[in-house]
Design a protein around this ligand. Sequence first.
Ligand code: TXA
Ligand code: MG
Length: 313
Amino acid sequence: MHTIITTSYRTAAEHIMNGEIAAFPTETVYGLGANAFDSNAVKKIFIAKGRPSDNPLIVHVADVDHISSVAASIPNYAEKFIEKLFPGPLTLVLPKNKKISAYVTAGLLSVGVRIPNHSIAKKFLKECSVPVAAPSANISGSPSPTTWQAVKNDLNGKIPCILKGDPSQIGVESTVVDCTGTAPVILRAGGVTLEQLRAIIPATRLQKRQQSIPKSPGMKYRHYSPLAYVFIVSNMTETVPLKSSAYIGLKNIGKNHFGLKKICRTEEEYARSLFHFFRECDKSDIETIYCESVSEDGIGLAIMDRIRKASYQ
Ligand code: TXA
Ligand code: MG
């Protein structure tokens, strides 16, 4: 299959309206979209990514008025998140509307809804005129793509269209919040912080790790993994760096001779750079990546979640 790489959101939207799939930029990571009402189109996403069919997709809409075409109802506390945090790096899991394909939700009665805060994504979604189901646009298991080149690297020849944009500003995926119970529960840490959610709804809590039946099916799969081994370290001087090793973190580790090194000025920069760094390491045949641990507040919670998952082999 030939993959068109375009800057035209109209061209990408035509693919969606014609029952095809297309990758598009968002502020978190690039997504791989299909018409959420069209089961055949949605199936193509699972095939292109090699994604297990029991892992549901997030549905993207252009603005708040369209949420009702995806969700059957919205609890009061979710209305508050919508009012204060949409558009943004947040996905709300709500009771599903009948029109949404069961392939999108992997048979669940709930659906994840998100409105990206990204000018090209908004124009593209508006032009599509249907809700767009989209997981991250990577091969299942590999780091999420934060550039169109990363999408091309994984999916060239497997999808018909990539809508080009700038590198993603946030660099980790949206925060997924279950809004089907009496109080909100964070299923996946992401671009919106626990503190931001608690400032709106103080009862917001984190899902306990190690649940036997994951409420968010995606959480049980291996994720975000570069080919290299990932180690989490708090003090880099403890280990002996080699040319085939790499380091990413906040602390400047000075004179060590790593094959690749990324010192981030802020946690936001760490989040933004992480997946791109993993991919650069794989291109440079790095064997071991040391990631500095950060405290689990603010965006640090999402960084630690991603590097922990990347470190499980
Ligand atoms: O930032 C993002 O969220 C990106 C961009 C493209 O929007 N998308 C993304 O999608 O990261 P994906 O498919 O890679 O991750 C979606 C996560 C998975 O862990 C999935 O299990 C969970 O959201 N999820 C989706 N629908 C759900 C539902 N109805 N109930 C529980 N979890 C759900
Ligand atoms: Mg993903």
